[in-house]
Design a protein around this ligand. Structure first.
Ligand SMILES: [Zn+2]
Length: 296
C-alpha cells in the first residue's frame, strides 16, 4: 500500500527541507578516531564511517547533500582523499543524501539490492510524513548484493552483512574483521529509542535479530559505530537489545489484545524504560505510535 500526503503537507515539507538546507549550509563535521585509520564523522544526519588507506578512501553513508563539502574537507584533513568506495547501510536520506555529490566525484556506490530499488523509486516515510523523489545516476548504487559482500582493502577484510526486515528491508551492518570495528547502520541507536520504518519493511523482531548478529561478532574490545548517537561498545548494544526485547513483549501483548496504537499509548506500557530511553528525538508516546506497526 502506498500512502500519499496531501499537497499541503508536501508543500510544508518542501519548505522545511529548504529551510533545513539553508540551516545546514555551513555544517560542522567532527571526526572521532575509532581505531587506526577508521573514523566516525558526526554533525547532523547519520553517523558516517571512514576508512583511509593506500587502496583508497572508503566511506560508509554520507549524511545530507549540503554536508558533502564539509565531509570531504574532514576526510582530507585526516589524510584521505575523494572516496573511492561508498557503502550505503540503508536508503534513508540522512544516510544517502550525499550520494549524488560523491557519485559525481567518482565514488563507486555499493548497497543491498533494496537500497538501490528504494532510491530509484523514490520513497515515502509515513512516520515522519517525509517524501523523497526518485534518485538518478550518479546517486544510485552501481554494485548491489542480496546477502553479503566483502571488500578487501587497506589491510583489512570488510564485510557488509544484510539483516532482513530490521530498520528497513535493506539494512547492512559493516564488519571490519582485523580492526574489530562494526558500523551498525540504523539497526542501533545508541542511548535512545530507535526509528523503525515499518512502511519500508522494518520490524522490531528484525532489529533484535540485528543486535544478536552484531553481539555474536563482537567482544569487549569491539568498537561499535551506531547509526545515531555516540560511539558504543558491546555492553551499550546489549542494553539496547534488552530494551527492544522488553518493549516488544509489552507491545505485542497489547496488540494481541486488539488495542490500536493510541489505546496502547494510554496504557503507559513502557514506563519502566522511559527514563533511560525516552530522551532522544522521540519521546515514549511518539515512539510507541511509530513502532507499533513494526510489532508482529
Ligand atoms: Zn534510517
Amino acid at each position: 500500500m502506498s500512502i500519499k500526503p496531501s499537497p499541503l503537507a508536501v508543500l510544508a515539507l518542501s519548505l522545511m527541507f529548504v529551510a533545513g538546507s539553508v540551516a545546514a549550509a555551513d555544517p560542522k563535521i567532527t571526526a572521532e578516531q575509532v581505531k587506526d585509520n577508521i573514523y566516525m564523522l558526526q554533525g547532523g544526519g547519520g553517523n558516517v564511517g571512514l576508512f583511509i588507506g593506500k587502496d583508497g578512501t572508503f566511506l560508509i553513508d554520507d549524511k545530507f547533500a549540503p554536508m558533502s563539502a564539509a565531509i570531504l574537507a574532514q576526510i582530507k584533513k585526516l589524510g584521505g582523499d575523494t572516496p573511492k568506495y561508498l557503502l550505503n547501510t540503508h536508503f534513508h536520506g540522512d544516510h544517502t543524501g550525499g550520494n549524488q555529490n560523491f557519485g559525481q566525484q567518482g565514488a563507486i556506490i555499493i548497497s543491498h539490492d533494496n537500497v538501490r530499488k528504494r532510491l530509484q523509486q523514490g520513497s515515502y516515510i509515513a512516520a515522519f510524513d517525509m517524501k523523497t523523489p526518485p534518485a538518478q545516476a550518479p546517486a544510485l548504487p552501481v554494485i548491489t548484493f542480496a546477502q553479503n559482500i566483502h571488500l578487501h582493502l587497506n589491510g583489512d577484510n570488510v564485510s557488509a552483512i544484510h539483516i532482513p526486515s530490521a530498520h528497513t528491508d535493506g539494512d547492512s551492518i559493516i564488519h571490519f574483521k582485523k580492526a574489530n570495528v562494526i558500523h551498525t547502520g540504523d539497526t542501533f541507536f545508541n542511548g535512545f529509542y530507535p526509528f523503525i520504518d515499518a512502511a519500508n519493511g522494518g520490524t522490531v523482531k528484525g532489529m533484535i535479530a540485528a543486535a544478536d548478529t552484531i553481539l555474536a561478532l563482537a567482544n569487549d574490545q569491539t568498537k561499535i559505530i551506531p547509526g545515531h548517537g555516540p560511539l558504543a561498545n558491546k555492553a551499550d548494544l546489549q542494553s539496547f537489545r534488552d530494551m527492544l526485547a522488553t518493549a516488544y513483549k509489552s507491545l505485542s501483548a497489547l496488540k494481541s489484545q486488539g488495542l490500536n496504537a493510541d489505546q496502547a499509548v494510554q496504557k503507559k506500557p513502557l514506563a519502566a524504560l522511559d527514563a533511560q530511553w525516552g530522551k532522544g528525538f522521540m519521546g515514549t508516546d511518539k515512539w510507541i505510535k511509530v513502532v507499533y506497526p513494526a510489532v508482529d
